[in-house]
Each structure stands twice: as structure tokens, then as C-alpha cells.
Ligand binder design. Structure first.
Ligand SMILES: C[S@@+](CC[C@H](N)C(=O)[O-])C[C@H]1O[C@@H](n2cnc3c(N)ncnc32)[C@H](O)[C@@H]1O
Length: 259
């Protein structure tokens, strides 16, 4: 008798299709160079993020989708598994500052039946990429233009994820967002925030962590080494970036019974 095979990981087919699409008109070296330029915006020239400088041009978009998008997909999946944030399933997941849509889909794919996804971003390109991601993975959802702060999430059971988007907000917007998210959790939402481990990127973290923990939530740091496609590893390595390890700090707050 043959052993039952593990169901195919949807990430692999999604990544292969993503790579085929973005690499149709760009060489590996062009994507590598764009990834280096993009990383310098994230690390050294963060003011450019506010005017959308990170996502201008096909090369940077390909680098963002292929390197950061794919790694964030794998990272969010590991985090929601480790936090036990996948059970019981949720009817809806809101992904605020969705980029290419990976955080919402990574969380939704870990639940059965699958939640509907509401993805919000201020970048039209990111939203079109998110629509492609949803379709590719056969998930129900919509990608809507909007600002993180203006997005109303209906009360009740749902997931709200903000992956690497809060550090792009202006201080007043970020300050206004915190009580909103705490209220969402009181109204039944599981709220998950991911940011880089480097404290430089998020000086606001200690205050947020205190507020989340006072409300019964948790503050964690993570390191994972999941299996990943060879070309994803190669891209990171060629650009002089992290290639194998996935890291993040997270805040997580869920209604008491589901913590
Ligand atoms: C670093 S990317 C992360 C994308 C995605 N969440 C991920 O983990 O790959 C940050 C995203 O937040 C979006 N963003 C930044 N400020 C925003 C705002 N005020 N409202 C909506 N989206 C915003 C940017 O357009 C960008 O797509």
C-alpha cells in the first residue's frame, strides 16, 4: 500500500507562475540589480517610501513581488501556524497595506473553510498584483484602493493583518491606528502585525507592544528556515541579502477564547 502523499503546497505553483510572469521581460541580473536598489530604499532612504518611490518601474516591482512578496508569504504562514492563529477558521481576513496580497492569502490558506479576503493598499499596481494572487490561488476576495486608516473593518470574527506596512505610515496616522486596532480586537478580530526585527525601522514598537500586551496580546520575535524555491534563495544571495532565514517581530491580539 502506498503512503498518502501530502497535498501539493499552493505556494510552489503560485511562485512558479509569479516568476514566469515577472521574468518574461527581465533577466535574472536585471531583477537582482532592481532588488538591490529597492532594498536601499527600504534600509537607507526610507523617506522615498512615502512618495511611492519603492514601487516605481518594472524591475523594482518584479523584485518586490518575487523577493519580498514570496518571503513574506512564507513568513506569515509560519507565524500564523506558530501562533495558533488559524483555528477556528474565520469568515474574513482584512490585509491592510497588502502589497502583492501575500499576507492575507498566506493566512487564509491555513484555514478551512477559507475566509474571504479584503485587501487594501494605496498603490494601484499592488492591487492589480493582489488580484492576480487571489485568482492564482483560487481564493475569494477583493482588492480595494484605500488608506489603512480609512478602512473600516466590520465588527465580529475576522482576521486583520498588517505586514510590514505600519512602518510606512506617518506618525499621526500610526498613532490614530493603534486604538482602532485595539477596538477591532474587542469587537472580535484577531489582529496580527509583522515588522522587521531591526528596531531602527520601528521605533514606535515598544509603545505598541505595551498596548497590545495590556489588552492581553503577545509580542514575539521569530526566525524560520522553511523550504523555499531555489531561485528565491539565489536572488537573495546574488543581491547580498538574507537568502535562507525568515525573521520578523510580531504583535498578536485575539479575543480571549482564541488566544
Ligand atoms: C513593505 S510593503 C508590504 C506589503 C505586504 N503587506 C507584504 O508583506 O509583502 C508596504 C505596503 O503598504 C502600502 N501602504 C503604505 N502606506 C499605506 C497607507 N497609508 N494606506 C494603504 N497602504 C499603504 C504600500 O503601498 C505597500 O504596498
Amino acid at each position: 500500500m502506498t503512503a498518502p502523499t501530502a497535498p501539493e503546497d499552493p505556494f510552489n505553483a503560485w511562485f512558479a507562475a509569479l516568476e514566469a510572469r515577472h521574468r518574461a521581460s527581465l533577466s535574472f541580473q536585471e531583477v537582482r540589480r532592481s532588488l538591490q536598489a529597492l532594498s536601499s530604499v527600504y534600509v537607507e532612504r526610507r523617506s522615498k517610501l512615502v512618495d511611492g518611490g519603492a514601487l516605481d518601474g518594472a524591475g523594482k516591482r518584479a523584485a518586490f513581488a518575487l523577493y519580498y512578496g514570496a518571503r513574506h508569504f512564507l513568513l506569515v504562514r509560519e507565524v500564523v501556524r506558530a501562533l495558533g492563529a488559524t483555528k477556528p477558521t474565520l469568515p474574513r481576513v482584512a490585509d491592510l497595506g497588502c502589497g502583492t496580497g501575500v499576507a492575507g492569502v498566506a493566512w487564509a490558506l491555513e484555514m478551512a473553510p477559507r475566509p474571504e479576503i479584503l485587501s487594501v493598499d494605496r498603490s494601484r499596481w499592488a492591487l492589480s498584483e493582489t488580484r492576480w494572487t487571489l485568482a492564482q490561488l483560487g481564493l475569494r476576495g477583493r482588492a480595494t484602493p484605500g488608506d489603512v486608516l480609512d478602512t473600516k473593518v466590520a465588527p465580529g470574527a475576522c482576521g486583520i493583518v498588517l505586514a510590514f506596512s505600519i512602518n510606512e505610515l506617518d506618525d499621526p496616522v500610526r498613532d490614530a491606528l493603534l486604538p482602532r486596532l485595539l477596538d477591532n480586537a474587542k469587537a472580535g478580530a484577531r489582529v496580527l502585525i509583522l515588522e522587521p526585527l531591526a528596531k531602527k525601522a520601528s521605533p514606535w514598537w515598544p509603545a505598541w507592544a505595551k498596548a497590545f500586551k495590556s489588552a492581553g496580546g503577545r509580542d514575539d520575535e521569530w526566525k524560520f528556515r522553511p523550504q523555499m524555491p531555489e531561485t528565491l534563495e539565489l536572488l537573495g544571495k546574488a543581491a547580498g541579502l538574507e537568502s535562507r532565514e525568515l525573521t520578523a517581530r510580531t504583535l498578536y491580539l485575539a479575543p480571549a477564547a482564541k488566544r
